[in-house]
Design a protein around this ligand. Structure first.
Ligand SMILES: NC(=O)C1=CN([C@@H]2O[C@H](COP(=O)(O)OP(=O)(O)OC[C@H]3O[C@@H](n4cnc5c(N)ncnc54)[C@H](OP(=O)(O)O)[C@@H]3O)[C@@H](O)[C@H]2O)C=CC1
Ligand SMILES: CC(=O)N[C@@H](CCC(=O)OP(=O)(O)O)C(=O)O
Length: 314
């Protein structure tokens, strides 16, 4: 049976990548609106209500508007924006969050696709918090780097047209920090699904490469209950992600040989590599999640969620 899938915002960065992933599939027929119709609420409402599942690839306000056009709560939607990620009426679309989460997604009408940065942070932290190894009130600090496609069409234009975003002819920086007022839109999501008592200190950055992401979570083992070893941390993550087809935990011995971790190492992949780097003597660990901001960080995750939802349907 063919599933009819509406992509709202199909001409944007996330929408185009979802289209690419679905274009060749015989089990899916795409509903796409042309340039004249794509901002018309009447046409968007029709497409939403006719589709088996709709994927919203829009800014938050436009995503909320599309959701308001649904005729019933049973209309099935995946929202890739930030608008519904901590809404209790929506299922969080990180299949690896806990046992049973994939089943919840399969049966859900409303699925919020995780944010790119939170994906890496939650995948690293949540199993350790759930196991009681990292207390909810541990002072978590995260640094991260994203490829410039993370900023959507506007940032892509800044980098690729080299106007640097400054409104003049200065070229874009090779690397810049941002979010420096510690107010990033992903903090709530990291806190809720990371199981933390308060949001982490989070310092994101952008590198001059299109796709890729690394999130880094350092831990001081001496301050954790029972003072776990580096191997304990790795073993806990290994047990949690055993059998996962998307999250690959790199062995400790392989991690020990790594000298450089390129930001764009996983560009083009929908998988996520997790590394535990550590020094037993200093009782320190840094957990790095390496993935594509547009893969497991956005469009790849949306297609994973869509497949779960369609699997429940047929
Ligand atoms: N880029 C990334 O790495 C990630 C992005 N996301 C999320 O995905 C969503 C889309 O982001 P992204 O693809 O990067 O953004 P883009 O800016 O690349 O694309 C947004 C798309 O939405 C369309 N749009 C804007 N307003 C409306 C409206 N009122 N009605 C209909 N269409 C509209 C735009 O059309 P037009 O250009 O004509 O205005 C454009 O095609 C955002 O919520 C973002 O937070 C999530 C994870 C990662
Ligand atoms: C580099 C860059 O600007 N990244 C965006 C996050 C990417 C994004 O749009 O994230 P979600 O839709 O997943 O929330 C930012 O920091 O706001």
């Amino acid at each position: 049976m063919t599933a009819h899938i509406f992509i709202d915002g199909s001409a944007g960065t996330t929408g185009l990548q979802i289209q690419e992933r679905l274009a060749a599939r015989g089990d899916i027929s795409l509903i796409l609106l042309d340039a004249a119709e794509k901002k018309d609420p009447v046409r968007r409402g029709q497409a939403l209500n006719d589709a088996d599942v709709s994927i919203l690839c829009l800014p938050d306000a436009a995503a909320k508007e599309t959701v308001s056009l649904a005729r019933a709560n049973s209309v099935r939607i995946i929202d890739t924006s930030t608008a519904h990620r901590t809404d209790p009426d929506w299922v969080y679309g990180l299949a690896e969050l806990k046992a049973g989460q994939a089943d919840l997604i399969s049966g859900a009408a409303r699925v919020s696709n995780p944010g790119c940065y939170p994906t890496g942070v939650i995948v690293a932290l949540n199993p350790l918090v759930a196991a009681g190894m990292v207390p909810a009130d541990y002072p978590v600090a995260v640094s991260a780097v994203s490829g410039y496609t993370g900023g959507g069409k506007q940032m892509i234009a800044e980098y690729e047209n080299t106007d640097g975003g400054a409104g003049d002819d200065s070229p874009p920086a090779a690397f810049h920090l941002y979010g420096l007022q510690l107010q990033h839109k992903h903090l709530a999501e990291m806190q809720v699904y990371g199981g933390l008592a308060k949001p982490p200190v989070f310092i994101p950055s952008v590198g001059n490469f299109p796709q890729g992401m690394i999130t880094q979570v350092p831990l001081d083992l001496a301050r954790l209950p029972g003072t776990p070893t580096v191997a304990h941390i790795h073993d806990t993550l290994a047990a949690f992600y055993a059998g996962s087809e998307v999250i690959e935990l790199v062995s400790l011995s392989d991690a020990q040989t790594v000298k450089r971790l390129p930001g764009d190492m996983m560009a083009g992949s929908d998988k996520l590599k997790l590394y535990v780097f550590g020094d037993e003597a200093k009782q320190q660990v840094m957990i790095a999640a390496v993935f594509d901001n547009l893969g497991k960080g956005a469009s790849g995750a949306a297609v994973q969620n869509l497949d779960l939802m369609l699997g429940a349907r047929v």
